[in-house]
Write a protein that binds this ligand. Structure first.
Ligand SMILES: [Zn+2]
Length: 273
């Protein structure tokens, strides 16, 4: 039965990642009224990535099966602290400290928060509140399923997950009051294209809160050769002037960086039109 084409509940917010028009909910899919493309809903999670990522030219996306499998250990001692120490240095902030730093940057925000490359909702589900509704997107269905399991177990109501690429967000323009991008900006193939798409879906003046890596004084990223090795694996360590240039080119202003070892956290704001 496909007579029900109403836009219902939380799924009514999603737009075609190509046409950017609101989608209609049909049996098990969201359908674009403009291009007719159907996006499947898998276990309650809409999937906007129709291509097979294991054949991608992007070295990060080709590792998708590994990323799917490590969803269960991502927030444990077996993964996050190791990544922070190896890349950021031994005095890097802990995950709990990073969550606190990022939360402060969006503390005064009320409304919709976009969580880019949300993983299992590591930041987003800890920031969600009655006044902050979080929409997480990630390329890994394994991570999103884990996030949905965590939010169900923890009883967090205001978090929604969808599978999408940062370069083609399934949202209309000017929808979000804040955007989080934690632990992923250094992995995107083109930083400016990713930031421009984030800016598109944000309201003027909305805050962007980021944790990424810089060529700082801690971890392996202080060594030029290891930065080059990391870059061949698709991981970029930004210097601050380069980061500011990328932000300005993408429609952001008020770059406020903080560096600890090789960990860079910052906020910026979307420029007014
Ligand atoms: Zn479309």
């Amino acid at each position: 039965m496909t007579t029900d084409t109403s836009v219902a509940g939380e799924l009514g917010i999603y737009a075609c990642p190509v046409c950017k028009r609101l989608l209609r909910q049909e049996e098990g899919v969201l359908r674009c009224p403009t291009c007719s493309q159907a996006y499947p809903i898998r276990e309650g999670i809409p999937d906007f990535i129709l291509e097979e990522l294991s054949r991608s030219a992007d070295p990060v996306l080709r590792r998708m099966r590994f990323i799917d499998r490590m969803a269960r250990i991502y927030e444990t001692r077996l993964w996050y602290p190791i990544v922070l120490n190896v890349y950021g240095g031994f005095h890097s902030p802990s995950l709990a400290q990073l969550i606190r730093i990022v939360s402060q940057k969006v503390q005064s925000t009320k409304g919709r928060v976009l969580d880019i490359a949300c993983g299992p909702g590591t930041y987003g589900r800890r920031i969600a509140s009655p006044s902050k509704e979080v929409f997480g997107i990630d390329v890994s269905m394994g991570m999103l399923r884990q996030g949905a399991a965590y939010t169900a177990k923890e009883g967090i109501p205001n978090v929604h997950f969808a599978r999408a690429r940062v370069e083609a967000l399934p949202f209309e323009d000017g929808l979000f009051d804040a955007t989080l991008c934690c632990g992923s900006l250094h992995l995107f193939a083109d930083t400016v294209i990713a930031l421009r798409e984030m800016a598109r879906v944000m309201k003027p003046g909305a805050v962007l809160a980021v944790f990424t890596f810089t060529a700082g004084r801690g971890g392996i990223l202080k060594f030029r050769r290891l930065r080059e090795w990391a870059l061949r694996r698709g991981m970029h360590a930004f210097d601050l002037s380069e980061m500011e240039q990328c932000l300005t080119a993408s429609g952001f202003k008020d770059f406020q960086p903080e560096v600890s070892g090789s960990i860079l956290t910052f906020s910026a704001r979307k420029q007014a039109a």
